[in-house]
Design a protein around this ligand. Structure first.
Ligand SMILES: O=C(O)CCC(=O)C(=O)O
Length: 318
């Protein structure tokens, strides 16, 4: 079982999500126009031909500051995400991937995915395992890259977040979150089955602290491509949003069986090169990573992002 296979669509998730709906603050803020709408109950039938996916930006990193409202638009549902080209050079990420491999004895091997760095998604409800494991990557991340990898991710998130500061959160008295995990998908069918972050971020115990400090409903996913595989490994966005998820899909855990049910919906593969960064509504949009084949692993370096509850900051973590 892979780490991400531990995601479960739990009965009662919908009620938990509504309880945790953050309120839009009355004070004026750059994100005032973002409307927080209570999630609709899941539909039992969704017309597979109904379009759900909307606008996607594809731009060089030099133009990222032309879109300071991108995160607000993503929350509002008027933008699905963006491919940001050349955030890092091939050499900058290749160096990090090469050095990460020298710590293979510290990797978490889940079979279909191998992670350097722990992730809150698979953590125990009290997060004790997460904070115990966080230093394994946090103590190394600066020496992995010759550039300030985490700082540059923060700069991009700040640029598309209307200049809000972007930071990796800490939990008082517990520890620091991990900014990135390095995800190796082996070339013998490594895969990440279809999921949305809404199904677990708003229900699982391990996210309790993040729910307190950040707007986890329709939160964002980001990653940088570290190495492309020979075949497969595309990130595919399904033309289906969490709110419209039919009950047969919603009731299953991450699995091949659930992937098969999603085949009735349209799919958009996102083509990225080494060093490109993607930022999208992983909370809302169903997505999966296609199986990887050939001789080369697929490597991505990434995590998740959200506006703080007071909308003054952007948080990112893995
Ligand atoms: O690192 C990847 O390619 C997977 C990204 C993903 O599935 C997510 O962020 O939810």
């Amino acid at each position: 079982m892979g780490l991400l296979d531990r995601f479960r669509s739990k009965p009662g998730t919908q009620a938990v999500v509504q309880e945790n709906q953050p309120e839009v603050p009355a004070a004026a803020s750059p994100a005032d126009e973002v409307e927080e709408v209570a999630p609709a109950p899941p539909s039992t039938e969704v017309d597979p031909n109904r379009p759900h996916l909307g606008e996607w930006l594809d731009l060089p990193v030099a133009e990222v500051s032309n879109h300071p409202d991108a995160i607000e638009r993503i929350y509002a549902g008027t933008l699905d995400g963006m491919s940001i080209r050349g955030v890092f050079s091939e050499e900058e990420v290749a160096t990090g991937v090469r050095r990460a491999r020298t710590h293979a004895d510290e990797f978490n091997d889940y079979g279909k995915q191998i992670f350097f760095g722990t992730a809150i998604v698979g953590a125990d409800d009290d997060r004790a395992d997460y904070y115990a494991a966080a230093p394994i990557i946090n103590d190394r991340v600066d020496e992995l890259f010759d550039v300030d990898f985490v700082g540059r991710i923060g700069q991009v998130l700040s640029a598309v977040g209307a200049g809000r500061p972007a930071s990796v959160p800490s939990e008082e008295g517990r520890g620091d979150y991990v900014p990135i995990t390095i995800r190796f998908l082996p070339p013998d069918g490594g895969v990440m089955h279809a999921h949305t972050a809404n199904e677990f971020c708003n229900a699982w115990g391990s996210y309790e602290h993040l729910r307190e400090i950040a707007r986890m409903w329709n939160s964002l996913s980001y990653f940088v491509v570290g190495q492309k595989p020979d075949t497969g490994g595309e990130l595919v966005l399904y033309d289906l949003m969490w709110d419209d998820t039919p009950e047969d899909v919603r009731s299953l855990p991450m699995s091949e069986e659930r992937d098969a049910l999603l085949e009735r919906f349209g799919r958009t593969p996102i083509d990225l090169e080494v060093g490109d960064m993607i930022l999208f509504t992983g909370g809302r949009i169903w997505h999966r990573v296609e199986p990887v084949f050939g001789t080369q692993e697929r490597v991505t370096i990434g995590g998740f992002a959200a506006l703080s509850q007071d909308e003054e900051q952007v948080y990112f973590w893995s």
